[in-house]
Write a protein that binds this ligand. Structure first.
Ligand SMILES: [Zn+2]
Length: 217
């Protein structure tokens, strides 16, 4: 039975690397996958990029108002038709299909789009592997991640370490090299006059830098 998987972690926990590895594992067995990501992420807009230098084009982008199940269905048809044209399956072989839908930056999906991921899994019978960041720089859950935590059949944490060596839980934001605890949930580099960076931190280091603040309050 197909399942909805959410693999989450702090920034720099290797989510994109894990996604590309999962895609490779399917394709090594001769299976087809589809890669998608929300259109909100303007860095490498149409690619999944791992820090190890591996990149790959996504099959489709998902805008905030897009019907992700409809988009998935269209691309699934494209894969099925392309395969039929390329090679006629031999007698007894099942028709080619999409074995898995992989989602990068899943935290930026809307709650409704995550609902549709569960429908893709259960009603369309295709497993979905979603990768994303659990919380923003104020320690609030991203909408897509919150809904994935509620709906996913399987949750798996991808770990990275804080500068102190503990497991990182949070993503502290720096603007011009200084920690900030107020601002919009999404600050993509190109949109910001000051360069925005993030540091994955444990709760102890985060609270020390924030002076005890959580959630920007
Ligand atoms: Zn720490």
């Amino acid at each position: 039975m197909a399942k909805l998987y959410f693999r989450y972690g702090a920034m720099n926990s290797g989510k994109s690397t894990a996604l590309l590895q999962a895609a490779y594992n399917y394709e090594e067995r001769g299976q087809h996958v589809l890669l998608a990501k929300p259109a909100i992420d303007t860095k490498d807009a149409t690619k999944v990029s791992s820090r190890l230098g591996v990149t790959r084009d996504v099959d489709f982008l998902v805008g905030p108002d897009d019907d992700i199940r409809l988009l998935f269905g269209e691309h699934r048809e494209r894969v099925r038709n392309a395969e039929e044209d390329a090679l006629m399956p031999e007698a007894g072989e099942s028709a080619p299909d999409v074995a898995c839908l992989l989602i990068d930056e899943a935290q930026f999906l809307t709650r409704e789009q995550v609902d549709d991921l569960l429908r893709i899994v259960v009603l369309d019978g295709v497993p979905v592997l979603a990768y994303g960041i659990r919380t923003d720089f104020r320690t609030d859950a991203f909408p897509g991640s919150a809904r994935l935590m509620e709906l996913a059949h399987s949750l798996e944490e991808l770990k990275t370490i804080c500068r102190c060596g503990r497991k990182a839980l949070f993503n502290a934001r720096l603007v011009g090299g200084r920690f900030v605890f107020d601002g919009d949930q999404v600050a993509i580099d190109e949109l910001s006059a000051d360069r925005v960076t993030y540091e994955s931190m444990c709760a102890e280091c985060y609270l020390r830098e924030s002076g005890g603040r959580l959630d920007g309050r």
